[in-house]
Ligand binder design. Structure first.
Ligand SMILES: [Zn+2]
Length: 543
């Protein structure tokens, strides 16, 4: 359905969570839903679950309950809030080790029919029939989520039934794999002599992503900065690798990753927790506990900075054909499970790049060396270790070194001079104000905001305690006025630094050129398979 990339995920996730646009005032005046769960205490048993924690989240008018499913170890977070727009999501840690797009193709394929709903595409049939305010499925770098929101209790139950069956008992038919993943098909189905081409929903989606030079740039920068494990590959799928995925590998990936022991359930709203647990417990009855999928290790730190050159097709619409380079410097920040440190890092990212008075805007964008920030500029916390990147788009080749030099000098200047107090105070004030004005579909936004930290075994409830985080930050800043400067030095004067340069040049191998060469090589592959087969037969015949 949707592939989450840095382009369309909140660039400063925590800050964005705290600064939702005030589209709808959703302050809750009743506390019935919260009062119901306030009676629970750690150790209580509830429909096959054990209550671990019950905690108030005053900033968001939530009472949070953490539970574990006794039989499978599945985790459950319930955010009780007197909001009628209830949300459900189930999220799996999915850590691919190749770029075949297996988590993305699986996310599409499980929605094509399940044991209880063997009809074609039950998910899409529900889209038109349900009263849901939101339905989707999302593939991120290291998790896959199935969320929905609904204001109607019966509809919520029906959707939960469809989602649970899709996730835990999908049919994953070969035909669905060919439709959603990839297949070879004649360009004209009525003409057997027409050329053969690659088709498939995910294949085409990713072809679109990879033909966009800015998406390609962000993807390659991520792969190169965190090369040693799952972030070194393309979770959504690189079209040149998608075509080597088999149906069997897809089924294996499901068996390994879509298991309750590797699942995190989230429910939000005013509907009773007990009925959610009762339903999920019944659905998980046939499973027993297994080892959850592999934890993502920390990236080994480099001894010296690295450089990466990326090629892409030239932009025919570029205002100045001489300015066809994108350059950025990328840094690894804190582990996102360290909620407070991650907050400081996100504040740094914001203060460094946001607004016309920020140091990088003044030094880089106003230098006139490029047209705008590079597409990866900003703070990103969708990987186990957060990233800060800054750079420029549409730069002349001769100016590339100058851009890198300005970035280095700006970092030194910030370490020396710090940030203006008024900017820091304005940001903290903005965060405070936004807590009183939360936008629509709050439950889904909360699910997305907590997903990455929780996925790496961080504490999702701590992530919601905005007031506590802000108080601590203000205190620490009072104690040590150079705190932010020291953090800039700590994170941006390191050796694990990637200088990423993208050239746009005419010789770039486009996907259609690749497709042509691949079809030929596949033909050769088929020929060699025939050869192997015939020699095998020959061998049998002789013996
Ligand atoms: Zn998709």
């Amino acid at each position: 359905m949707q592939i989450l990339r840095r382009a369309n995920v909140a660039s400063t996730k925590l800050l964005k969570a705290l600064t939702w646009s005030p589209s709808r005032l959703t302050r809750c005046f009743t506390e019935e839903a919260r009062d119901r769960v306030r009676a629970l205490k750690p150790g209580d048993k509830l429909h096959g679950y054990t209550v671990r924690r019950v905690e108030e989240v005053p900033d968001f008018f939530i009472t949070a309950v953490m539970l574990t499913h006794d039989k499978t170890g599945a985790e459950h977070l319930h955010a009780a809030r007197d909001d009628e727009n209830n949300t459900f999501s189930v999220t799996f840690r999915t850590t691919p080790m190749d770029s075949t797009g297996v988590p993305h193709i699986l996310e599409h394929t499980v929605l094509c029919g399940s044991e209880k709903f063997p009809v074609r595409d039950p998910f899409f049939k529900m889209l038109s029939r349900s009263m849901a305010t939101f339905m989707n499925a999302l593939t991120a770098y290291d998790w896959t989520m199935y969320p929905f929101s609904s204001q109607n209790e019966q509809d919520f139950k029906n959707l939960m039934s469809v989602y649970m069956d899709a996730a835990f008992r999908p049919l994953i038919r070969e035909l669905d794999f060919c439709q959603e993943g990839w297949r070879l098909e004649q360009t004209d189905l009525t003409d057997p002599s027409s050329p053969i081409t690659f088709k498939g929903v995910v294949y085409n989606e990713m072809k679109g992503v990879f033909s966009n030079s800015q998406s390609l740039y962000m993807q390659e920068a991520l792969n190169e900065l965190l090369p040693s494990h799952t972030y070194g590959v393309v979770s959504g799928g690189d079209p040149t690798h998608i075509t080597s995925l088999t149906h069997e590998q897809l089924r294996d990936f499901h068996a390994k990753h879509y298991h309750p022991s590797n699942a995190r359930f989230f429910t939000y709203g005013h509907l009773p927790l007990e009925s959610h647990l009762e339903f999920i417990n019944d659905s998980l009855n046939s499973f027993s506990e297994i080892e959850p999928s592999v934890r993502v290790p920390l990236e080994p730190r480099w001894k010296k900075p690295r450089s990466k050159h990326i090629s892409c097709a030239p932009d025919p619409m570029a205002a100045d054909p001489e300015k066809q380079h994108t350059v950025s410097v990328n840094f690894l920040m804190s582990e996102i499970t360290d909620v407070y440190e991650n907050f400081i890092a996100s504040v740094l990212g914001y203060l460094l790049t946001n607004g016309e008075t920020s140091p990088f805007y003044q030094a880089l964008v106003e230098s006139g060396l490029g047209s705008d920030y590079s597409p990866n500029t900003g703070f990103h916390s969708e990987t186990k270790e957060a990233i800060f990147a800054v750079g420029l788009l549409n730069v002349r080749e001769a100016d590339v070194e100058q851009v890198v030099k300005i970035i280095d000098e700006t970092v030194d200047k910030v370490i020396e001079e710090g940030f203006e107090k008024t900017r820091i105070n304005a940001l903290l004030h903005q965060i405070e104000l936004s807590q009183r004005h939360q936008g629509g579909n709050f439950g889904f936004h909360l699910a997305i905001t907590l997903a990455s930290t929780w996925n790496h075994e961080g504490d999702p409830i701590q992530s919601m305690q905005v007031g506590t985080i802000l108080d601590k930050f203000r205190d620490d800043l009072k104690q040590n006025p150079r705190l932010l400067q020291e953090k800039v030095k700590h994170y941006l004067k390191v050796r694990h630094e990637l200088r990423c340069l993208q050239h746009q040049h005419i010789e770039f191998l486009t996907l259609s050129m690749y497709e042509g060469s691949f079809i030929m090589s596949r033909k050769m592959l088929v020929k060699s398979a025939f050869f192997m087969l015939s020699t095998k037969f020959l061998h049998v015949f002789i013996s």
